[in-house]
Design a protein around this ligand. Structure first.
Ligand SMILES: [Fe+2]
Length: 408
C-alpha cells in the first residue's frame, strides 16, 4: 500500500473537503445515512507509523486528517498501484513519517461513492468521525505497560470483562495473541471483535492482532490480512518500544500440512522454514542486539517441552506444528538470547520456567476461553525488569513472572 501526504488544499480543489459536512459517525442513523460501521480504530503501532482502519456501510473513499493536538492537520490516504482506495467499504490508511513518543490527534473523513462510472464518479454523503488522540511508540521511554490476551474463540463479549480485570493503570498497546475466532467464516466475526476493541480502547490505544492456528481456518482466512495492519504484509515482524525489542512470530497450524481436514490447502512447513530464516537475520540486527529486553510474542508456545509433547494431547498429531516451529525458531532465539516468551493456545494460564538446553527464558501462557480459565496478561516494563502477570476473571493473579535486566 502506498500512502501519500498532500496538502488539504489539494483535496479541497478536488471538491473533497468542500462537499463535507461535519456529521460525527455516531450521530448518523444506521438505516438512512451513510455511516461508519466499524472503527475508526488504531492498529500496528510503531515509532514512526501507525494504521487507522475503518469500515463503512456503503462503498466509499476516505482520508485520515491528523496532526499535533491543536495544530495544523495533514491528510493521508491509501493508494495502491496508482489508484487511491475507493469503491470499497474497508479502509486502512497507514500514517507514516510520525515522530516517536509524540501525541497526535486524528479523524477519518469518509465519502460515499454513489455511482462509479468509468469516466465519472458520483459522490454521496461525506461524514467525519470525532477527533481522537494517540501516541507513537518510543524506544526512549523508560517505563510502560501493555496487555496481551488470547483464545477468545469467537466470544467478543469477553473483551470488556478481560480489560476490566486488567485494571485502570494505563497501557500503550493491546496484543490479541491468536485464536480470537474459531475459524474465519464471515466478516461479522472479525468486525464483532474489532467493534469491541473500538468501544473499549482502540480509538486511542493501538491493537496488534497476532495469528493463531484457528485464524488459519475457514473460507475467509485468506482474506483476514485485509482487515489487519501487517508490517510488509506479514504476520511476523519486529517492533520496539521503551527498552523492549518485540518479535512477533506466526506459529501457523498445529498439525501436519497433510492432515486430512486441511484438504491439501495449507503450506505451513515451508512457511515456518522461511520465517526461521528471517528470524536468524532478525536476531542479528542492531535493534535486537542493543535492546535491554527481548520479548517474543507467538500463539503456540513451541519452546515449551511439555506443550510439544504428543502425550499432552488427545489427538496425536496436534504437537507437530509446535515441534516444527521449535526446530526452526528455537535455536536462533536460544543462541541470540531472549528474556520472555508470551504465548497462548494451551487454554490454561501457565508459567513455564527456563528449561536448560531448550529455552533459557520463561514462557508465560495465557488462559483459555471458558469462565475460570480466562486470563489477561499485563506486562509492566521498567529499566530494571519485566513483570508479567496473568490475571484471572476475578482480578487475582494466576501466574506472575519477573525478569530482571541482564548484563549482555
Ligand atoms: Fe490455538
Amino acid at each position: 500500500m502506498m500512502q501519500r501526504l498532500v496538502a488539504l488544499i489539494l483535496l479541497a480543489g478536488l471538491g473533497f473537503v468542500a462537499a463535507r459536512h461535519p456529521v460525527a459517525a455516531a450521530e448518523t442513523s444506521p438505516t438512512n445515512h451513510f455511516h461508519i460501521t466499524t472503527g475508526p480504530l488504531l492498529q500496528m503501532p510503531m515509532e514512526t507509523s501507525l494504521t487507522v482502519m475503518w469500515m463503512t456501510d456503503r462503498d466509499s473513499t476516505g482520508v485520515v486528517e491528523y496532526g499535533p493536538p491543536g495544530g495544523e492537520l495533514k491528510t493521508a490516504f491509501a493508494s495502491q498501484h496508482g489508484l487511491i482506495d475507493a469503491n470499497q467499504r474497508l479502509h486502512k490508511v497507514e500514517l507514516r513519517g510520525l515522530t516517536p513518543g509524540t501525541r497526535y490527534r486524528y479523524r477519518v473523513v469518509a465519502r460515499e461513492i454513489s455511482k462509479f462510472h468509468p469516466y465519472r464518479v458520483t459522490f454521496g454523503e461525506t461524514i467525519t468521525s470525532e477527533f481522537q488522540e494517540f501516541r507513537t511508540l518510543d524506544r526512549g521511554r523508560r517505563e510502560f505497560s501493555f496487555l496481551v490476551y488470547n483464545d477468545v474463540h469467537d466470544q467478543p463479549a469477553f473483551i470488556p470483562d478481560l480489560l476490566k480485570v486488567a485494571g485502570a493503570a494505563p497501557y500503550d498497546f493491546v496484543v490479541w495473541n491468536g485464536d480470537m475466532v474459531n475459524h474465519v467464516e464471515n466478516e461479522g466475526q472479525i468486525t464483532a471483535l474489532l467493534d469491541q476493541a473500538t468501544a473499549h480502547f482502540a480509538t486511542t490505544i493501538p491493537l496488534i492482532w497476532g495469528r493463531g492456528n484457528h485464524e488459519t481456518r475457514g473460507r475467509l482466512a485468506r482474506q483476514l490480512p485485509q482487515y489487519l495492519a501487517l508490517p510488509e504484509g506479514r504476520y511476523y515482524y519486529t517492533f520496539d518500544h521503551g527498552p523492549v525489542h518485540f518479535i512477533v512470530l506466526d506459529t501457523g497450524e498445529d498439525k501436519r500440512d497433510t492432515q486430512r481436514e486441511y484438504s491439501g490447502l495449507v503450506d505451513f512447513f515451508p512457511y515456518r522454514r522461511e520465517q526461521g530464516e528471517w528470524l536468524r537475520r532478525a536476531v542479528q540486527t542492531d535493534a535486537f542486539r542493543r535492546a535491554k529486553f527481548r520479548v517474543v510474542i507467538c500463539h503456540m508456545p513451541f519452546a515449551n517441552r511439555v506443550a510439544a509433547d504428543p502425550a499432552s494431547y488427545k489427538e496425536p498429531d496436534t504437537f507437530v506444528g509446535m515441534a516444527h516451529a521449535y526446530e526452526h525458531f528455537g535455536p536462533p532465539l536460544e543462541q541470540a538470547g531472549v528474556d520472555l516468551m508470551i504465548a497462548g493456545h494451551m487454554h490454561r494460564a501457565t508459567l513455564v520456567p527456563p528449561d536448560a538446553g531448550r529455552h533459557s527464558y520463561p514462557i508465560i501462557q495465557g488462559g483459555g476461553s471458558r469462565v475460570g480459565d480466562r486470563t489477561i496478561i499485563r506486562v509492566n516494563v521498567s529499566d530494571t525488569a519485566l513483570e508479567a502477570v496473568a490475571i484471572g476473571s476475578d482480578g487475582s493473579p494466576v501466574q506472575t513472572c519477573r525478569v530482571p535486566a541482564k548484563q549482555r
